[in-house]
Design a protein around this ligand. Structure first.
Ligand code: SF4
Length: 137
């Protein structure tokens, strides 16, 4: 791959206050992978949206917890009703601006890493629409 074509992202550690930080559970199932792909799509296509490392928050990284806390809006994407991403964020003492659970959006949780791209498009569009009603911090 030609690195010159790679899309460089804003530095979340330096610019969190100006970013919609996205944390997705990235679970090993259809719905977890849809959530991951939605986070990637929003990061690549939406202005000032930036996926960040939820695993680091779960591991207690202060730097990553600070990013989530400082974000202008904090968007949390869960795969299934276990809502692990939301729990990690709240365990760190942070309240998300917006949460969504893919399995509550008409998608079955299946034991596969495969998914339908149309579901990614649909859920990403719903998040963008919902966020238009949410004030920026
Ligand atoms: S919310 Fe569901 S899909 Fe995501 S990591 Fe937890 S159990 Fe896996």
């Amino acid at each position: 791959m030609n690195e010159k074509k790679w899309q460089l992202l804003p530095a979340c550690g330096k610019e969190a206050e100006n970013l919609d930080i996205i944390l997705a559970c990235d679970g090993a199932s259809s719905v977890g992978q849809i959530g991951h792909e939605v986070a990637v799509k929003l990061t690549k296509e939406e202005d000032r949206a930036r996926m960040c490392c939820i695993t680091a928050i779960g591991a207690g990284s202060r730097a990553h917890t600070d990013i989530a806390r400082k974000a202008r809006r904090l968007i949390v994407i869960n795969g299934c009703q276990m809502e692990c991403a939301s729990k990690i964020v709240r365990n760190a003492g942070i309240e998300p601006t917006y949460e969504i659970t893919v399995a509550k959006e008409g998608v079955d949780k299946l034991s596969t890493l495969d998914f339908d791209d149309q579901e990614v498009e649909r859920i990403a569009a719903k998040i963008v629409k919902d966020l238009n009603k949410k004030p920026v911090r």
